[in-house]
Each structure stands twice: as C-alpha cells, then as structure tokens.
Design a protein around this ligand. Structure first.
Ligand code: PEP
Ligand code: MG
Length: 578
C-alpha cells in the first residue's frame, strides 16, 4: 500500500478508481486518455475545432489591441489569424495526423516548428519575427487543444472516478460532470484554493497540496481518499477497502439524519436570532443548500456561469439562471455577487492581458466598472430576476467609496432603463458590498451609510492583510483566520456597520469554521454563509451557546497576541463541534 499525505480540504471518504487528469500534458501521458488509440479522423476534428477557437480568440485580441495600441501595432494579430488559414501549413499538420498517426497537439507543434525553421533560414529580420509569431500561434492552438481534449474528458465522465490532477482550474470544475466524481486529489493548492472550495460546496471529499509524487498514480488504479485526515491510499488490500466502504456508508446514513435535523431556524440558546445561509455556484447547489438546512444564500458566485464557454452569456441567459436559483430559494434571501473574475479566474474568450500580480490587478468590480458591456447586462438580469423574490446584489473587491458610488450609479442607470422599457424589477433590491480588501475594512464606518449590508470575504481579506497568496502553501503559515490582526479588522467592520444600523455577514471560509463560529457570534456577526455540508453542525453549535457566553469567548480571544494563543483558547472550549 502506498500513502500520500496532503491537506484535508473537504471531509468524507471516497473509494474508487483514479482518473489522472493532466490536460497540459495529454500527449505525453496517454494513460490519462480513456479513449484508446489515436483516431486520425477524431484528431483532425479536434484540430479544426481548435483552429476555429484560436481564430475567434485572435479576433477578440485584435479588437482589444486596436483600441489600446492602434491599428498598426494590433495588425500582428491579423497576421496570426492568417497563419491559421495558410493552406500549406494546414496541409502539413493534417498530413502528420493522417500519415504519422500523431495527436493533433504534436502535429501542430512539429509542422509549425518546421515552417518556423524554414523562415529563420531566410536571414531577414522580418522573417525571423514571423518565425516567432508562428511559434506563438502554435502555442495558442496547442493550449486550446489541451483544454478541449482534457475538459471534454471531464464533461463526458460516465463512470464514478477519483480525479487526480496537478490542480483544477475553475473552468475544469465548471465543466466536470460532478455526479461522477467521488473525490479529488491535487498535487498543489491550499485549503482555500478553488478546488478545495468547490469540493466543499458540493460535498466531495478532497485532499489537496499533496505534492507532485501523487501524479505517479495511474488511471484505473484503485484509490481511497480520506478527506477527514488528508490521506490518499493506493494499492490497498481488500480488507482495508471494505473498512473504508463501511465508513463511507455509515457517513452517508448519518448525513441523511443530520439534514433532517437541520431544518429549523437558527437561534442561540438564549433566543438571539442569526442566519445560517449557504455559498452556492448554481441552481443545483441551491437545492443541495436547502437540503442541508440553509436559510437562504449569502453568496452566489456568478462567475461559474461565465466560465466553461466560448462567449459571454447573454442577459437573457443570465436572467434565466438567476431566476432559476431565485425560484429554488422562494422568499428566502438570495445574495448574488456580481462578476468576480480576474485573479485565478480567467475567461478564455476575454483577453484580460498578462498581469504581474493578477490577485492585485484588474479583477472583479475594477474590471466591471471599466466594462459596461459585461456589467450592465448582468445588473439588468439580476434586477429582472428580483421580481417577487428576495434577490440582493453584492459587489466584490470594493476598495474605495468611489467604487461603491460608481457601481450604484451604474445600477441606477440600469434601473432607469428598465423602467423606461416597462420591464418589471424590484426597485427596493438591497445592495451590499464584500469587505475583502483591508482598505474597505478600515473605512467600514464611511462605507456603511452607502449600502444595505456588508459581507466579509475572509478568503481574500486574509491574503491581502497578511500579504500572503491564498493558494501558495509555502506561506500558508501566515494564512490564518484567527490571527489577531484579522480578528481586529472583523470586529471593526461589525461595530461600524451596527452603529449605522446595517447588518454584517461573512461568506469567506471562516464563516463556516466551527472553531471560529463562537468567536464570530460574540463579535456580533449577523449572518454566517458557508458551504452547505457545514450548515447542520454550525446550527447545532450556535444553538448550544448563549450570546453572553459567546461575547465572553470573543473578548478573551481578542486579548490574545498570537493566532496560536487564540486557537488554544477556542479549542479548549467544551462545545459541540461535530
Ligand atoms: C472571499 O474572498 O472570502 C470570498 C468569499 O470570495 P472568493 O473566495 O470567491 O474570492
Ligand atoms: Mg474574494
């Protein structure tokens, strides 16, 4: 038996065959491709699709570059498009697929390189530049091919598998047929990496940050994932597998009882009302949230609707999706966050340019305020979905008061347009902001009068306050929600909002952390938004505490100078935490 240890990212047990998913290395890892020997016809088909997609991408890049650097400098992308239609070059790629029986990726690499080398022999700067361009186009097409093939494999999953990957991108998980995914194991990633968050939202056991050696697992090999302990086992004997299967079955049964018990309103032992709500990504996860006892949704991450496709979703399509979720929720609160892309979430059809520091760059509200063609249709769709439903709109990554005002101005403009067009919407739709940038936390008293509510996004607030990348394991020691600096920021935000009569939620992972919940309750948090599987235990814990008890816990925690001392204080409390 071989054991792999990593971070316990999502609880639960999975027993089943591995699927090694390495989309960027598909031709060097044939065992990852379940579809057998190469079929030239299929490869040619993939090639055609990838060429068409590259052409679409380049047309977008050209348009954007033309606006930014002028027609002359942007013309290079027209030249790139011409390569995609060059008959000699394409004949050579197809010849290699047909005669040499190589994968489309390899045929592109070899044929483009052959033509690039021919150009280089011409000893003219112009042609040498063209050789560089050819290699650039080759890389673009191969990247698309890798995505097309790799993601297709995830879409078409028809047997239950444990997905083993270096890491999974948001568009990988959006594409994936999650009903067939028993578990996740990734070589990289921390507890708040995208894979970890999605795994917890949908309740799939996951171990992340295992290290590259986990990629030695082969597709079909039988695995056990213990998401409680952060342990993955390969080559186990039948006795051990049986034991884990029994544990899995018992957990599933216990879960059914837990869901049934979690349907009551959340009040503390002394009758103080707070809300326990869910983080979701689509209508399917909204249904799951209600099963787990969610009293509403505190964060609907809309970006998943924009990933996993080749063009922007239209206003109508967005309206249908938001309305479908609103209908699942009925009159329960549904907080929908406007588009939060950029950082680690890139849209393949939108060229956002290369950035040195994407997490500090042109993302979320910054990008939306600069892109009315993205922002306005989304706001129209959200407002339309609000009719007779409790839809609330939330802006992400707010750093300044001006951003709040600008976002609200766009919202008002969109409301005026809808009114003029006679399209119904709820004019009283509540508007809130995420507090996830330290400047916003420190200015909470100034921001509070301008909004209806705050929701604290600790995932980003911690990374920006502690200056540590949330997905970099090497600095994970700094990424601590219980650090006194974070607790002080949270207290300041809650106090400032309450002075102005506004309520405060938390939709970062800390909001569902059983260790932190008593402390957050004591600080006065009004709404706890979390991944659905965490809801039953969170409700039980809150119901076991009185408000004065929680306040005393918070007071003592705030007096501690280090995260470790806060943790010792909290873990020493005798509370129901499972
Ligand atoms: C957060 O930053 O806490 C948050 C909820 O947003 P996301 O994890 O989507 O960045
Ligand atoms: Mg965030």
């Amino acid at each position: 038996m071989k054991e792999y240890r990593g971070l316990a990212a999502s609880a639960g047990i999975a027993v089943g065959p591995a699927l090694l998913y390495l989309p960027d290395e598909t031709h060097s890892a044939p065992s990852a491709t379940p579809s057998g020997p190469l079929d030239p016809e299929r490869e040619t088909c993939r090639l055609e699709e990838a060429l068409a997609e590259a052409d679409r991408q380049l047309a977008n890049v050209y348009e954007r570059a033309r606006g930014e650097v002028g027609e002359e400098a942007a013309a290079v992308f027209l030249a790139h498009q011409e390569f995609l239609a060059d008959p000699d070059l394409l004949d050579e790629v197809k010849r290699r697929i047909a005669i040499e029986h190589v994968a489309a990726e390899q045929a592109v690499e070899l044929a483009f390189e052959q033509f690039a080398q021919q150009l280089e022999t011409l000893e003219d700067d112009y042609y040498r530049e063209r050789a560089l361009d050819l290699r650039d186009v080759s890389r673009r097409v191969r990247r698309i091919l890798a995505g097309v093939q790799g993601q297709q494999m995830l879409v078409e999953l028809s047997e239950p598998v444990i997905v083993v990957a270096r890491d999974l991108t948001p568009s990988d998980t959006a594409q994936m047929n999650k009903k067939m995914v028993l578990g996740f194991c990734t070589a990289t990633g921390g507890l708040t990496s995208h894979t970890a968050i999605i795994a917890r939202i949908v309740g799939i056991p996951a171990v992340v940050g295992i290290g590259e050696h986990v990629l030695e697992v082969t597709s079909g090999q039988s695995l056990i994932v213990d998401g409680h302990k952060g342990l993955v086992m390969a080559g186990v004997d039948e006795g051990t597998a049986q034991r884990y299967r029994r544990q899995h079955d018992a957990e599933i049964e216990a879960l059914a009882c837990e869901k049934a018990a979690a349907q009551q309103r959340t009040v503390t032992a002394d009758g103080h009302r707070v809300e326990v709500v869910a983080n979701i990504a689509d209508a399917q996860s909204a249904e799951l949230a209600l099963e787990f006892g969610a009293e509403g949704v505190g964060l609907f991450r809309t970006e998943y609707l924009f990933l996993n496709r080749q063009s922007l979703p239209s206003e109508e399509e967005q309206y249908r999706e938001y309305r479908a979720v609103a209908d699942v929720l009925g009159d329960r609160p549904l907080i929908i966050r406007t588009l939060d892309i950029g950082g680690d979430k890139q849209l393949p059809y939108l060229d956002m340019g290369q950035e040195m520091n994407p997490f500090l760059g042109w993302r979320a509200i910054r990008l939306c305020l600069d892109s009315p063609e993205l922002f306005e249709p989304q706001l129209r769709a959200l407002l339309r979905a609000s009719v007779d439903r409790n839809v609330q709109i939330m802006f992400p990554m707010i750093a300044t008061l001006e951003e709040v005002r600008r976002a609200r101005q766009v919202l008002d403009k969109v409301k005026d347009e809808l009114a003029q067009e006679g399209i119904p919407f709820d004019a009283q739709t509540q508007v809130g902001i995420m507090i996830e940038v330290p400047s916003a936390a420190l200015m909470a008293d100034v921001l509070a009068p301008e909004v209806d509510f705050f929701s604290i996004g600790t995932n980003d607030l911690i990374q920006y306050s502690m200056a540590c990348d949330r997905v970099n394991e090497k600095v994970a020691y700094l990424y601590d929600p219980l650090h006194p600096a974070i607790l002080r920021l949270i207290k300041g935000v809650i106090d400032a909002a309450h002075v102005h009569g506004k309520w405060v939620g938390m939709c970062g992972e800390m909001g569902g952390d059983l260790e932190a919940i008593p402390l957050l309750l004591g600080l006065g948090l009004d709404e706890f938004s979390m991944n659905s599987p965490s809801i039953p235990a969170a409700k039980r814990l809150i119901a076991s505490l009185t408000l004065p008890q929680a306040r005393a816990i918070a007071k003592e925690a705030l007096a501690k100078p280090t995260a470790d001392e806060v943790r010792v204080h909290l873990s020493g409390l005798d509370l129901p935490r499972s």
